[in-house]
Design a protein around this ligand. Structure first.
Ligand SMILES: [Zn+2]
Length: 217
């Protein structure tokens, strides 16, 4: 194999310093951008097999999001992050019609960086049993419009959910139940059983009269 003189050339992070003797093959003493020096086979330099002392790979690995922590939650978070981006960005994604076509996007910060999403998640109540939920279902995936919610909260937040007026605030049945001190499914269960809300007061719901008896709770 005839190899030209490589001295002074740059291959990846390697700068070729001088020729070196090492066995039958042609080696060069190389200096990595990080300062490390090593004898590298000429053919490895030319073919691109060797691009650095190893620091390049190390950096890439440390930047790989699912390597931040080798635990379950970071893996799940990573899946959530990529799923969110897929839904909004990939035209062929199954849920394209639900997301991208409605103009829902992932904010640039999260789009570009899993770490940004990861940090926000950890600082905003992420837990393995929760999913990311857009508070305003027509709004984007961005810190101000997202929260970690149980599936129940999330399903009640879909576009067709009934919202109750609680002194000017629009609350789902779930949120209203909690606000009034009930278990989360309380309002929904009452409605399902046929009850109708007459008025909502600060601390209670007044249900419409049923079978001649007014029910207050
Ligand atoms: Zn290096």
């Amino acid at each position: 194999m005839k190899i030209e003189n490589l001295i002074g050339k740059k291959y990846g992070r390697w700068t070729v310093m001088s020729k070196a003797e090492k066995g039958r093959h042609i080696y060069y003493e190389c200096c990595c951008d990080c300062g490390a020096k090593k004898k590298i086979r000429a053919s490895s330099l030319i073919s691109g097999r060797s691009k650095s002392c190893g620091c390049l790979l190390k950096e890439r690995l440390s930047q790989r999001p699912n390597n931040i922590k080798h635990n379950k939650s970071s893996t799940r978070l990573y899946k959530i992050w990529s799923g969110m981006k897929k839904r909004c960005n990939q035209k062929m994604a199954d849920k394209y019609k639900d997301y991208a076509s409605k103009g829902i996007v992932v904010c640039k910060e999260w789009q570009d960086s899993f770490l940004a999403f990861y940090d926000w998640s950890i600082n905003n109540g992420y837990a393995d049993n929760l999913s990311i939920d857009r508070i305003n279902p027509k709004g984007n995936y961005e810190p101000n419009n997202c929260r970690w919610a149980s599936n129940q909260t999330q399903s009640e937040n879909r576009q067709n959910v009934v919202l109750y007026d609680y002194f000017g605030e629009k609350l789902s049945g779930h949120a209203l139940s909690i606000r009034l001190g009930f278990w989360p499914g309380y309002v929904r269960e009452q409605i399902r059983s046929g009850k109708k809300i007459l008025t909502i007061e600060k601390d209670k719901i007044v249900w419409e009269k049923q079978n001649n008896s007014e029910v207050t709770s």
